[in-house]
Design a binder for this molecule. Structure first.
Ligand code: NAD
Length: 496
Protein backbone atom coordinates (compact mmCIF):
# COMPACT_ATOMS: atom_id res chain seq x y z
CA UNK A 1 0.00 0.00 0.00
CA UNK A 2 2.82 2.47 0.44
CA UNK A 3 5.41 2.52 -2.28
CA UNK A 4 8.61 4.51 -2.04
CA UNK A 5 8.33 6.34 -5.36
CA UNK A 6 11.70 8.00 -4.98
CA UNK A 7 13.73 9.52 -2.14
CA UNK A 8 11.21 12.22 -1.58
CA UNK A 9 7.75 11.14 -2.59
CA UNK A 10 5.50 8.49 -1.04
CA UNK A 11 2.55 7.02 -2.89
CA UNK A 12 -0.18 5.49 -0.77
CA UNK A 13 -2.95 3.29 -2.08
CA UNK A 14 -6.04 1.89 -0.43
CA UNK A 15 -5.48 -1.57 1.07
CA UNK A 16 -8.38 -3.96 0.79
CA UNK A 17 -8.44 -7.67 1.55
CA UNK A 18 -4.65 -7.91 1.68
CA UNK A 19 -4.05 -6.02 -1.57
CA UNK A 20 -3.32 -2.54 -2.86
CA UNK A 21 -6.23 -1.11 -4.76
CA UNK A 22 -5.53 1.42 -7.48
CA UNK A 23 -7.50 4.62 -7.47
CA UNK A 24 -8.37 6.82 -10.43
CA UNK A 25 -7.70 10.03 -8.56
CA UNK A 26 -4.89 10.92 -6.17
CA UNK A 27 -4.52 13.84 -3.79
CA UNK A 28 -1.22 15.49 -2.94
CA UNK A 29 0.02 15.85 0.63
CA UNK A 30 2.15 18.93 1.06
CA UNK A 31 4.88 19.61 3.59
CA UNK A 32 3.58 22.24 6.09
CA UNK A 33 7.07 23.76 6.39
CA UNK A 34 7.13 24.28 2.62
CA UNK A 35 3.70 23.90 1.03
CA UNK A 36 5.17 23.73 -2.50
CA UNK A 37 6.95 20.49 -1.60
CA UNK A 38 4.88 17.34 -2.14
CA UNK A 39 5.56 14.70 0.49
CA UNK A 40 3.34 12.12 -1.15
CA UNK A 41 0.12 11.16 -2.85
CA UNK A 42 -2.89 9.37 -1.42
CA UNK A 43 -6.03 8.15 -3.14
CA UNK A 44 -9.64 9.21 -3.02
CA UNK A 45 -11.37 5.97 -2.11
CA UNK A 46 -14.67 5.58 -3.95
CA UNK A 47 -17.91 4.55 -2.25
CA UNK A 48 -17.66 1.17 -4.06
CA UNK A 49 -14.14 0.63 -2.71
CA UNK A 50 -15.23 1.57 0.81
CA UNK A 51 -18.03 -1.02 0.57
CA UNK A 52 -15.50 -3.55 -0.74
CA UNK A 53 -13.26 -2.87 2.28
CA UNK A 54 -16.17 -3.29 4.69
CA UNK A 55 -17.21 -6.56 3.00
CA UNK A 56 -13.63 -7.83 3.12
CA UNK A 57 -13.54 -7.09 6.86
CA UNK A 58 -16.91 -8.80 7.36
CA UNK A 59 -15.68 -11.86 5.44
CA UNK A 60 -12.42 -12.06 7.39
CA UNK A 61 -14.28 -11.70 10.70
CA UNK A 62 -15.82 -15.18 10.33
CA UNK A 63 -12.46 -16.91 10.75
CA UNK A 64 -10.55 -14.19 12.62
CA UNK A 65 -12.92 -14.29 15.60
CA UNK A 66 -12.10 -18.03 15.97
CA UNK A 67 -8.33 -17.44 15.99
CA UNK A 68 -6.95 -18.25 19.46
CA UNK A 69 -5.97 -15.22 21.52
CA UNK A 70 -2.36 -16.44 21.84
CA UNK A 71 -1.99 -16.35 18.06
CA UNK A 72 -3.50 -12.87 17.84
CA UNK A 73 -1.10 -11.62 20.50
CA UNK A 74 1.86 -13.24 18.76
CA UNK A 75 1.00 -11.52 15.46
CA UNK A 76 0.62 -8.15 17.21
CA UNK A 77 3.98 -8.58 18.95
CA UNK A 78 5.66 -9.26 15.59
CA UNK A 79 4.02 -6.12 14.20
CA UNK A 80 5.35 -4.13 17.16
CA UNK A 81 8.88 -5.35 16.44
CA UNK A 82 8.54 -4.37 12.78
CA UNK A 83 7.34 -0.88 13.70
CA UNK A 84 10.25 -0.54 16.09
CA UNK A 85 12.69 -1.57 13.36
CA UNK A 86 11.21 0.99 10.96
CA UNK A 87 10.90 3.76 13.57
CA UNK A 88 13.32 6.24 12.01
CA UNK A 89 11.77 5.96 8.57
CA UNK A 90 8.25 6.39 10.02
CA UNK A 91 9.29 9.32 12.20
CA UNK A 92 10.81 11.18 9.24
CA UNK A 93 7.71 10.64 7.14
CA UNK A 94 5.43 11.72 9.99
CA UNK A 95 7.47 14.83 10.64
CA UNK A 96 7.46 15.81 6.95
CA UNK A 97 3.76 15.34 6.38
CA UNK A 98 2.62 16.69 9.75
CA UNK A 99 5.13 19.37 10.63
CA UNK A 100 5.86 18.10 14.15
CA UNK A 101 9.53 18.16 15.18
CA UNK A 102 11.44 14.87 15.10
CA UNK A 103 11.53 14.47 18.91
CA UNK A 104 7.77 14.90 18.96
CA UNK A 105 7.27 12.35 16.15
CA UNK A 106 9.49 9.92 18.10
CA UNK A 107 7.29 10.64 21.13
CA UNK A 108 4.21 9.65 19.14
CA UNK A 109 5.78 6.29 18.21
CA UNK A 110 6.90 5.86 21.84
CA UNK A 111 3.33 6.26 23.13
CA UNK A 112 1.91 4.09 20.33
CA UNK A 113 4.28 1.22 21.09
CA UNK A 114 3.79 1.57 24.84
CA UNK A 115 0.06 1.15 24.33
CA UNK A 116 0.38 -1.72 21.87
CA UNK A 117 2.68 -3.53 24.32
CA UNK A 118 0.25 -2.92 27.18
CA UNK A 119 -2.63 -4.22 25.07
CA UNK A 120 -0.65 -7.39 24.22
CA UNK A 121 0.28 -7.93 27.88
CA UNK A 122 -3.26 -7.39 29.16
CA UNK A 123 -5.41 -8.82 26.36
CA UNK A 124 -5.51 -12.37 27.64
CA UNK A 125 -6.68 -11.54 31.15
CA UNK A 126 -8.95 -8.70 29.97
CA UNK A 127 -10.74 -11.01 27.53
CA UNK A 128 -10.74 -14.12 29.72
CA UNK A 129 -14.18 -15.65 30.12
CA UNK A 130 -15.46 -15.43 33.71
CA UNK A 131 -17.43 -18.33 35.21
CA UNK A 132 -19.26 -17.77 38.51
CA UNK A 133 -20.94 -20.50 40.55
CA UNK A 134 -23.52 -18.95 42.89
CA UNK A 135 -26.64 -19.77 44.90
CA UNK A 136 -28.83 -19.46 41.80
CA UNK A 137 -26.67 -21.68 39.61
CA UNK A 138 -23.92 -20.71 37.21
CA UNK A 139 -23.18 -17.65 35.06
CA UNK A 140 -20.67 -17.39 32.25
CA UNK A 141 -19.57 -13.90 31.16
CA UNK A 142 -17.68 -13.81 27.90
CA UNK A 143 -16.08 -10.91 26.05
CA UNK A 144 -17.07 -11.56 22.45
CA UNK A 145 -15.77 -9.55 19.48
CA UNK A 146 -18.24 -7.03 18.06
CA UNK A 147 -17.51 -7.50 14.35
CA UNK A 148 -16.34 -4.92 11.81
CA UNK A 149 -14.85 -1.78 13.37
CA UNK A 150 -14.73 1.47 11.41
CA UNK A 151 -11.70 3.28 12.84
CA UNK A 152 -11.56 6.98 11.93
CA UNK A 153 -8.57 8.99 13.10
CA UNK A 154 -7.62 12.70 13.10
CA UNK A 155 -4.49 14.41 11.80
CA UNK A 156 -2.85 15.59 15.01
CA UNK A 157 -1.58 12.19 16.27
CA UNK A 158 -2.29 10.04 13.22
CA UNK A 159 -0.26 7.00 14.32
CA UNK A 160 -1.08 6.99 18.04
CA UNK A 161 -4.78 7.55 17.39
CA UNK A 162 -4.89 4.78 14.78
CA UNK A 163 -2.94 2.18 16.80
CA UNK A 164 -4.99 3.03 19.91
CA UNK A 165 -7.87 1.43 17.94
CA UNK A 166 -6.14 -1.18 15.78
CA UNK A 167 -4.35 -3.05 18.60
CA UNK A 168 -7.28 -3.70 20.96
CA UNK A 169 -9.80 -4.19 18.15
CA UNK A 170 -7.75 -6.97 16.54
CA UNK A 171 -6.66 -8.55 19.82
CA UNK A 172 -10.31 -8.80 20.83
CA UNK A 173 -11.10 -10.65 17.58
CA UNK A 174 -12.62 -7.87 15.47
CA UNK A 175 -11.64 -6.86 11.97
CA UNK A 176 -11.11 -3.26 10.96
CA UNK A 177 -11.42 -0.65 8.24
CA UNK A 178 -9.15 2.29 9.06
CA UNK A 179 -9.57 5.75 7.59
CA UNK A 180 -6.80 8.17 8.47
CA UNK A 181 -7.25 11.91 8.10
CA UNK A 182 -6.52 13.45 4.69
CA UNK A 183 -4.37 16.03 6.52
CA UNK A 184 -1.88 13.35 7.65
CA UNK A 185 -2.58 10.06 5.85
CA UNK A 186 0.88 8.81 4.89
CA UNK A 187 2.63 7.69 8.08
CA UNK A 188 -0.58 6.17 9.49
CA UNK A 189 -0.98 4.17 6.26
CA UNK A 190 2.65 3.09 6.51
CA UNK A 191 2.16 1.80 10.07
CA UNK A 192 -1.13 0.09 9.14
CA UNK A 193 0.76 -1.57 6.25
CA UNK A 194 3.38 -2.89 8.66
CA UNK A 195 0.76 -4.26 11.04
CA UNK A 196 -1.30 -5.75 8.19
CA UNK A 197 1.73 -7.68 6.97
CA UNK A 198 1.45 -9.86 10.10
CA UNK A 199 -2.30 -10.52 9.89
CA UNK A 200 -4.51 -12.51 7.50
CA UNK A 201 -6.00 -10.73 4.47
CA UNK A 202 -9.10 -8.70 5.25
CA UNK A 203 -8.38 -8.32 8.98
CA UNK A 204 -7.02 -4.79 8.44
CA UNK A 205 -8.18 -2.66 5.53
CA UNK A 206 -7.26 0.97 4.90
CA UNK A 207 -9.28 3.50 2.92
CA UNK A 208 -8.65 7.19 2.33
CA UNK A 209 -10.75 10.32 1.95
CA UNK A 210 -12.80 12.62 4.09
CA UNK A 211 -16.49 12.91 5.02
CA UNK A 212 -17.76 11.12 1.88
CA UNK A 213 -15.89 7.91 2.74
CA UNK A 214 -16.54 8.50 6.45
CA UNK A 215 -20.29 8.50 5.84
CA UNK A 216 -20.12 5.07 4.19
CA UNK A 217 -18.06 3.69 7.08
CA UNK A 218 -20.44 5.05 9.70
CA UNK A 219 -23.73 4.08 8.02
CA UNK A 220 -23.00 0.72 6.37
CA UNK A 221 -25.02 -2.01 8.14
CA UNK A 222 -22.05 -4.42 8.16
CA UNK A 223 -20.10 -2.06 10.43
CA UNK A 224 -21.00 -2.85 14.02
CA UNK A 225 -18.64 -0.53 15.92
CA UNK A 226 -17.32 2.96 15.25
CA UNK A 227 -14.10 4.06 16.93
CA UNK A 228 -13.76 7.76 16.16
CA UNK A 229 -11.32 10.42 17.28
CA UNK A 230 -11.89 13.91 15.99
CA UNK A 231 -13.98 17.01 16.40
CA UNK A 232 -17.25 17.21 18.33
CA UNK A 233 -19.03 18.69 15.28
CA UNK A 234 -18.00 15.69 13.14
CA UNK A 235 -19.14 13.29 15.88
CA UNK A 236 -22.65 14.75 15.66
CA UNK A 237 -22.79 13.79 11.95
CA UNK A 238 -21.47 10.33 12.81
CA UNK A 239 -24.09 9.73 15.48
CA UNK A 240 -26.79 10.62 12.93
CA UNK A 241 -25.25 8.40 10.23
CA UNK A 242 -24.99 5.47 12.65
CA UNK A 243 -28.47 5.87 14.08
CA UNK A 244 -30.24 3.79 11.41
CA UNK A 245 -28.35 0.67 12.44
CA UNK A 246 -27.61 1.53 16.13
CA UNK A 247 -23.87 0.89 16.21
CA UNK A 248 -21.58 0.55 19.19
CA UNK A 249 -19.40 3.67 19.45
CA UNK A 250 -16.33 5.08 21.11
CA UNK A 251 -16.06 8.82 20.50
CA UNK A 252 -12.92 10.72 21.56
CA UNK A 253 -13.68 14.35 20.82
CA UNK A 254 -12.61 17.91 21.37
CA UNK A 255 -11.66 19.54 24.63
CA UNK A 256 -11.04 22.91 26.18
CA UNK A 257 -8.75 21.69 28.92
CA UNK A 258 -8.11 24.08 31.79
CA UNK A 259 -4.94 24.37 33.89
CA UNK A 260 -5.70 25.81 37.34
CA UNK A 261 -2.90 27.35 39.41
CA UNK A 262 -3.82 27.60 43.08
CA UNK A 263 -2.51 30.15 45.57
CA UNK A 264 -0.11 27.48 46.91
CA UNK A 265 1.64 27.05 43.53
CA UNK A 266 5.31 28.08 43.64
CA UNK A 267 5.93 30.42 40.69
CA UNK A 268 9.68 30.08 41.27
CA UNK A 269 9.59 26.37 40.43
CA UNK A 270 11.27 26.53 37.02
CA UNK A 271 10.63 22.87 36.16
CA UNK A 272 6.91 23.36 36.80
CA UNK A 273 6.89 26.52 34.65
CA UNK A 274 8.60 24.56 31.88
CA UNK A 275 5.97 21.80 32.24
CA UNK A 276 3.07 24.20 31.79
CA UNK A 277 4.70 25.84 28.76
CA UNK A 278 5.14 22.38 27.19
CA UNK A 279 1.56 21.54 28.15
CA UNK A 280 0.45 24.57 26.11
CA UNK A 281 2.73 24.38 23.08
CA UNK A 282 3.82 20.79 22.42
CA UNK A 283 2.90 19.83 18.82
CA UNK A 284 2.22 23.56 18.29
CA UNK A 285 -0.77 23.22 20.61
CA UNK A 286 -2.52 20.72 18.33
CA UNK A 287 -3.35 18.08 20.93
CA UNK A 288 -6.81 17.26 22.25
CA UNK A 289 -5.49 17.21 25.82
CA UNK A 290 -3.25 20.30 25.63
CA UNK A 291 -3.93 22.93 28.32
CA UNK A 292 -6.02 25.45 26.36
CA UNK A 293 -6.95 27.97 29.06
CA UNK A 294 -4.91 28.80 32.14
CA UNK A 295 -6.46 30.19 35.34
CA UNK A 296 -4.12 31.62 37.97
CA UNK A 297 -5.02 32.75 41.49
CA UNK A 298 -4.99 36.54 41.53
CA UNK A 299 -2.47 36.67 44.42
CA UNK A 300 0.24 35.09 42.21
CA UNK A 301 -1.04 36.20 38.79
CA UNK A 302 1.44 39.00 37.93
CA UNK A 303 4.50 37.05 38.99
CA UNK A 304 3.17 33.94 37.27
CA UNK A 305 2.82 35.77 33.94
CA UNK A 306 6.35 37.18 34.24
CA UNK A 307 7.86 33.74 35.00
CA UNK A 308 5.71 32.11 32.33
CA UNK A 309 7.06 34.46 29.65
CA UNK A 310 10.63 33.75 30.76
CA UNK A 311 10.05 29.97 30.65
CA UNK A 312 8.26 30.16 27.29
CA UNK A 313 11.04 32.23 25.75
CA UNK A 314 13.55 29.63 26.95
CA UNK A 315 11.66 26.56 25.68
CA UNK A 316 9.95 27.72 22.49
CA UNK A 317 12.27 27.59 19.49
CA UNK A 318 10.29 27.73 16.25
CA UNK A 319 11.99 26.18 13.27
CA UNK A 320 12.59 23.30 10.91
CA UNK A 321 11.13 20.08 12.39
CA UNK A 322 14.31 18.28 11.27
CA UNK A 323 16.53 20.69 13.27
CA UNK A 324 17.24 19.16 16.69
CA UNK A 325 17.12 22.64 18.21
CA UNK A 326 13.47 23.11 17.20
CA UNK A 327 10.79 22.56 19.83
CA UNK A 328 7.80 23.97 17.91
CA UNK A 329 7.08 23.35 14.23
CA UNK A 330 4.43 24.75 11.91
CA UNK A 331 0.70 24.21 12.25
CA UNK A 332 -0.37 21.19 10.20
CA UNK A 333 -2.58 22.95 7.67
CA UNK A 334 -3.62 26.35 6.41
CA UNK A 335 -7.23 26.02 7.56
CA UNK A 336 -6.08 25.44 11.16
CA UNK A 337 -3.54 28.26 10.97
CA UNK A 338 -6.21 30.71 9.80
CA UNK A 339 -8.66 29.52 12.44
CA UNK A 340 -6.16 30.10 15.26
CA UNK A 341 -5.10 33.46 13.81
CA UNK A 342 -8.77 34.46 13.66
CA UNK A 343 -9.27 33.66 17.35
CA UNK A 344 -6.20 35.71 18.34
CA UNK A 345 -7.25 38.67 16.17
CA UNK A 346 -10.75 38.51 17.61
CA UNK A 347 -9.33 38.58 21.16
CA UNK A 348 -7.20 41.58 20.22
CA UNK A 349 -10.24 43.42 18.83
CA UNK A 350 -12.02 42.75 22.11
CA UNK A 351 -9.16 44.51 23.92
CA UNK A 352 -6.88 41.63 24.91
CA UNK A 353 -3.11 42.00 24.97
CA UNK A 354 -1.21 39.52 22.77
CA UNK A 355 2.39 38.64 23.63
CA UNK A 356 4.52 36.71 21.15
CA UNK A 357 6.63 33.95 22.66
CA UNK A 358 9.85 32.14 21.81
CA UNK A 359 12.45 32.66 19.13
CA UNK A 360 12.14 32.10 15.41
CA UNK A 361 15.18 30.10 14.31
CA UNK A 362 14.72 30.48 10.56
CA UNK A 363 12.79 33.54 9.40
CA UNK A 364 12.67 32.45 5.73
CA UNK A 365 11.18 29.06 6.63
CA UNK A 366 8.79 30.72 9.05
CA UNK A 367 7.40 32.90 6.28
CA UNK A 368 7.13 30.11 3.72
CA UNK A 369 5.40 27.47 5.92
CA UNK A 370 2.18 27.29 7.93
CA UNK A 371 4.00 28.74 10.93
CA UNK A 372 2.44 30.73 13.74
CA UNK A 373 4.49 32.29 16.49
CA UNK A 374 3.05 31.07 19.81
CA UNK A 375 1.08 33.71 21.67
CA UNK A 376 -0.01 34.43 25.18
CA UNK A 377 -3.30 36.30 25.43
CA UNK A 378 -3.95 38.44 28.50
CA UNK A 379 -6.88 40.55 29.61
CA UNK A 380 -9.63 38.39 28.04
CA UNK A 381 -13.15 38.11 29.32
CA UNK A 382 -13.90 34.65 30.69
CA UNK A 383 -16.43 34.10 27.90
CA UNK A 384 -14.38 35.38 24.94
CA UNK A 385 -14.19 32.87 22.06
CA UNK A 386 -10.44 32.35 22.61
CA UNK A 387 -11.26 31.13 26.13
CA UNK A 388 -14.36 29.02 25.52
CA UNK A 389 -13.55 27.57 22.07
CA UNK A 390 -11.01 24.82 21.42
CA UNK A 391 -8.16 26.70 19.71
CA UNK A 392 -6.13 23.62 18.75
CA UNK A 393 -3.06 25.71 17.98
CA UNK A 394 -0.20 27.69 19.52
CA UNK A 395 -2.05 30.26 21.60
CA UNK A 396 -3.22 30.34 25.19
CA UNK A 397 -5.17 32.78 27.34
CA UNK A 398 -4.10 33.25 30.97
CA UNK A 399 -6.81 34.61 33.28
CA UNK A 400 -6.89 35.47 36.99
CA UNK A 401 -9.42 34.01 39.44
CA UNK A 402 -10.32 34.98 42.99
CA UNK A 403 -11.45 31.80 44.72
CA UNK A 404 -11.78 28.09 44.17
CA UNK A 405 -15.54 28.12 43.83
CA UNK A 406 -15.27 30.59 40.94
CA UNK A 407 -12.58 28.65 39.07
CA UNK A 408 -14.39 25.34 39.54
CA UNK A 409 -17.49 26.97 38.06
CA UNK A 410 -15.49 28.35 35.11
CA UNK A 411 -14.01 24.91 34.54
CA UNK A 412 -17.30 23.06 34.71
CA UNK A 413 -19.44 25.45 32.69
CA UNK A 414 -17.64 24.33 29.53
CA UNK A 415 -19.48 22.00 27.16
CA UNK A 416 -16.25 19.97 27.15
CA UNK A 417 -14.56 17.81 29.78
CA UNK A 418 -11.60 15.92 28.38
CA UNK A 419 -8.64 16.58 30.70
CA UNK A 420 -7.71 19.29 33.18
CA UNK A 421 -4.90 19.99 35.58
CA UNK A 422 -4.53 21.52 39.01
CA UNK A 423 -1.21 22.93 40.22
CA UNK A 424 -0.20 23.70 43.81
CA UNK A 425 0.14 21.84 47.12
CA UNK A 426 -0.84 18.23 46.40
CA UNK A 427 -3.71 17.92 48.88
CA UNK A 428 -5.20 21.30 47.83
CA UNK A 429 -4.90 20.32 44.19
CA UNK A 430 -6.51 16.89 44.67
CA UNK A 431 -9.35 18.49 46.61
CA UNK A 432 -10.09 20.84 43.69
CA UNK A 433 -9.54 18.03 41.15
CA UNK A 434 -12.31 15.96 42.76
CA UNK A 435 -14.79 18.73 41.92
CA UNK A 436 -13.90 19.01 38.22
CA UNK A 437 -15.96 17.46 35.43
CA UNK A 438 -13.33 15.78 33.26
CA UNK A 439 -12.19 12.35 32.12
CA UNK A 440 -8.67 12.89 33.53
CA UNK A 441 -7.28 15.51 35.90
CA UNK A 442 -3.54 15.81 36.40
CA UNK A 443 -1.78 17.25 39.40
CA UNK A 444 1.21 19.55 38.85
CA UNK A 445 1.54 18.50 35.25
CA UNK A 446 -0.67 18.46 32.19
CA UNK A 447 -1.29 17.12 28.70
CA UNK A 448 0.77 14.15 27.51
CA UNK A 449 3.21 14.59 30.40
CA UNK A 450 0.51 13.21 32.69
CA UNK A 451 -0.88 10.56 30.33
CA UNK A 452 -0.82 6.95 31.57
CA UNK A 453 -1.89 4.36 28.99
CA UNK A 454 -2.61 1.85 31.77
CA UNK A 455 -5.72 3.80 32.78
CA UNK A 456 -8.88 4.67 30.84
CA UNK A 457 -8.77 7.88 28.82
CA UNK A 458 -11.73 9.78 27.42
CA UNK A 459 -13.99 12.74 27.91
CA UNK A 460 -17.20 13.65 29.68
CA UNK A 461 -20.01 15.80 28.24
CA UNK A 462 -19.30 16.80 24.60
CA UNK A 463 -15.71 15.54 24.82
CA UNK A 464 -16.82 12.03 24.12
CA UNK A 465 -18.43 8.73 24.88
CA UNK A 466 -16.52 5.70 26.15
CA UNK A 467 -12.87 5.22 26.98
CA UNK A 468 -9.67 4.20 25.24
CA UNK A 469 -6.46 2.97 26.93
CA UNK A 470 -6.38 0.78 30.05
CA UNK A 471 -8.18 -2.56 30.31
CA UNK A 472 -11.34 -0.67 29.43
CA UNK A 473 -9.74 0.35 26.13
CA UNK A 474 -9.50 -3.37 25.24
CA UNK A 475 -12.94 -4.40 26.49
CA UNK A 476 -14.56 -1.55 24.61
CA UNK A 477 -14.08 -3.72 21.51
CA UNK A 478 -16.22 -6.53 22.96
CA UNK A 479 -19.82 -7.45 23.55
CA UNK A 480 -20.39 -8.62 27.10
CA UNK A 481 -22.25 -11.86 26.62
CA UNK A 482 -23.86 -13.47 29.67
CA UNK A 483 -24.86 -17.13 29.69
CA UNK A 484 -27.08 -17.92 32.67
CA UNK A 485 -27.64 -21.45 33.91
CA UNK A 486 -30.16 -21.00 36.78
CA UNK A 487 -30.65 -23.78 39.30
CA UNK A 488 -34.31 -22.99 39.89
CA UNK A 489 -36.05 -22.64 36.58
CA UNK A 490 -39.56 -21.93 37.87
CA UNK A 491 -40.13 -18.43 39.26
CA UNK A 492 -42.26 -18.43 42.44
CA UNK A 493 -44.36 -15.38 41.47
CA UNK A 494 -45.57 -16.76 38.13
CA UNK A 495 -48.90 -18.59 38.61
CA UNK A 496 -49.28 -22.26 37.63
P1 NAD B 1 -12.22 16.06 12.27
O1 NAD B 1 -13.42 15.75 13.07
O2 NAD B 1 -12.27 17.14 11.26
O3 NAD B 1 -11.75 14.74 11.45
C1 NAD B 1 -11.49 13.54 12.12
C2 NAD B 1 -11.68 12.39 11.13
O4 NAD B 1 -13.05 12.30 10.77
C3 NAD B 1 -10.91 12.55 9.83
O5 NAD B 1 -10.40 11.29 9.44
C4 NAD B 1 -11.98 13.02 8.87
O6 NAD B 1 -11.68 12.73 7.52
C5 NAD B 1 -13.17 12.24 9.36
N1 NAD B 1 -14.49 12.79 8.99
C6 NAD B 1 -14.81 14.06 8.67
N2 NAD B 1 -16.15 14.16 8.45
C7 NAD B 1 -16.67 12.92 8.64
C8 NAD B 1 -17.99 12.37 8.58
N3 NAD B 1 -19.05 13.12 8.26
N4 NAD B 1 -18.16 11.06 8.85
C9 NAD B 1 -17.11 10.29 9.20
N5 NAD B 1 -15.82 10.75 9.27
C10 NAD B 1 -15.62 12.04 8.99
O7 NAD B 1 -11.05 16.30 13.31
P2 NAD B 1 -9.54 16.73 13.03
O8 NAD B 1 -9.53 18.15 12.60
O9 NAD B 1 -8.88 15.72 12.18
O10 NAD B 1 -8.92 16.60 14.50
C11 NAD B 1 -9.00 17.61 15.43
C12 NAD B 1 -10.08 17.35 16.45
O11 NAD B 1 -9.90 16.05 17.01
C13 NAD B 1 -10.01 18.29 17.62
O12 NAD B 1 -11.30 18.67 17.99
C14 NAD B 1 -9.37 17.47 18.72
O13 NAD B 1 -9.67 17.88 20.02
C15 NAD B 1 -9.95 16.14 18.43
N6 NAD B 1 -9.12 15.09 19.04
C16 NAD B 1 -9.62 14.43 20.13
C17 NAD B 1 -8.82 13.47 20.76
C18 NAD B 1 -9.32 12.72 21.97
O14 NAD B 1 -8.73 11.71 22.33
N7 NAD B 1 -10.38 13.15 22.61
C19 NAD B 1 -7.54 13.21 20.28
C20 NAD B 1 -7.09 13.93 19.18
C21 NAD B 1 -7.89 14.87 18.56
Amino acid sequence: MTIQADQETIIVEAFINGQNVKSLSQVTKENPTNPTEIVGYFPVTTKEQAVEAIEAAAGAFKTWKQTPIDERIMMMRKAIEKIRAAENEIVHLLSREHGKPLYDAHGEIYVSLMWMEFACNEAKSALQEEIKEHENGKTILSYDPIGVVAAISPWNYPIALSTIKIAPALLAGNTIVLKPSPYAPLAAAKVAEIIASEFPAGVINVVHGDADVGVELTSNPLVTKIAFTGGTATAKHIIKAASETIKDMTLELGGNDAAIFLESFDVHDERAMRRIVISNFLTAGQICMIAKRVYVHRSIYDEFVEKYIEAANRWIRIGDPFDSNTTVGPVNNLKQKNYVLGLVEDAQKRGAKVIHLGQILDQKLFEQGYYLQPTLVLGCDVHDPIVVEEQFGPTVPILPFDDEEQVIHLHNESIYGLTSSVWGKEEDAISVARQLEAGTTMINTAAVQGLDVRFPFGGVKQSGIGREYGVEGIRTYTEKHVINVPKTLDLPYIPE
